[in-house]
Design a protein. Sequence first.
Lengths: 292, 251
Amino acid sequence: MSDRAMTEVPLQFGEGGRLFGILTVSDVQSSDLPKPPAFVFLTAGLLHRVGPHRMYVRLARELAQIGINSLRVDLAGIGDSPPCPDLTYQQSVAADYVEISSVLESQLGPAPIVLAGLCSGADNVIRLSISDPRVVGMVLLDPVCCKDDGFRKRAVVFSAKAFARKSMEPARYLPWLKRRIGARALLSNDTEIQIDNLTLRVSPTQEQMRAAFESVRERDGRVLSVFTEYALRYYNHIGQMGRVLGVEGYEQNCTEIFWPHVEHSYQLESHRRRLIDEIISWAAQPMPKLSI
Amino acid sequence: MHEAFFFGPADRQIFAMYHPPVIADKRVLTVICPPLFAEFNRTHSILRKLAVSLAEHGQHVLRIDFSGTGDSFGNLEELTISDWVDDIALAVQEGRDLSGCTAVRILGVRASALLACKSATTMSNVERLVLWDPVHDGTEYLRALAREQVAILEQHHHLGRAQRRDILQNYRMYSLSDGMLEEFHGFDNGVYSSVPKNKLRVVSTSSAGELPVQGASQNVVKFACYWETNTEGLIVSQPVLEGLSQCLTEQ
């Protein structure tokens, strides 16, 4: 399918066509070589390639407007890609990535890559970025992060402020509390399993985190990390990621954004718009070119 | 195996996934119309499994994303209900061209049950309509979306009054066109009556209220989908899958 700024191509690829994704090829990119990085959106939890509230589709199409190609892909076992039998989750993701980078190269030629993912998608971005020299950028939405020395103190202050705010305006919070209690009672009476499609995750280790950031820095690449209210249990201050990782030159190539009032899956359109604008603006800045 | 492609008008290309029959071709085309908004993501997995299962029963299956949703093109704020009704008719035509089938079955889920019935009245070749938890009517559906909007807003304590007022104009976090709202309000459950009862099958879960489709054959499946309270949990119920498959494959 094609319109003024892009062509979208459904791709079935990998061994026996086992993976499915949609490649968005920008029609406005310049003919200058080498090429700008291509974004790869990794699925979040059990959600398929469109992303929460269709965010990956919108991002892919808006990136195309500024000349950036992208692939939104269903990892094995998600959406339209059947599961990989006999492999652990991480083995399966690694095997998928081999196919993803191969199809990107065959479709777009050699180009650097920016990996993007939310929640478990961010965990996969971190693990995959370490070993692929083509990865020059990471967009991490609610990645894991270790607590730093000041975390506990800030958390107490944060909770106290939230409690004070709730006490000042009980009319605003009581319906929410009532509904929450009601929903829990309802769920506890139900024998069927409900699956939260975003919060299944196998977090990377601190060493893997550090290795990923260092790898991207060595490639003169950049990292954008965005934390929402979901991360409050482990992250509550801009700069915390940089402090706990202690990666040299972090401030020069890494951006941290902290939105404690934004919900994890970006339910509100205003929040989705804000995130998309941040990513587009970040992606529009110069990225290292790949010399192959 | 499946084949993905875009089709339809240039300004709102529709994404479709075609599942050809795996075994002996039964010469039946089933078009799967997903529900709208948050329910789309919740049911993506089960509707894919259903398509695979129907293809294994020898059917040609076409799954679509409505314009402005999923991987399809189109801006939700500029779309009308008529566009979605047209999407179904276009999908049926596309599926018939692909498969060569003349017998057509359509699955409509929640609000797309209304759309499917409306679209079916313009086509002569639809032999069966299966409706999974069909919404009562357009007005009631919008009311439900508005209730969910309020519930979601309750979680966003930090928003100012002006922001809350603006957001309350949305429906389940999506901004819909005036034309779409008007058309939804005009959608009463008479659209179900416009389809001959012998063509209708309803799959109803335990969370569904009074059945809006009087006199239709009904298959009750005990599973709580929590359509109005759970906006993100995937529905992966085997009994629902079997219920839908049975209604779409039985003679």
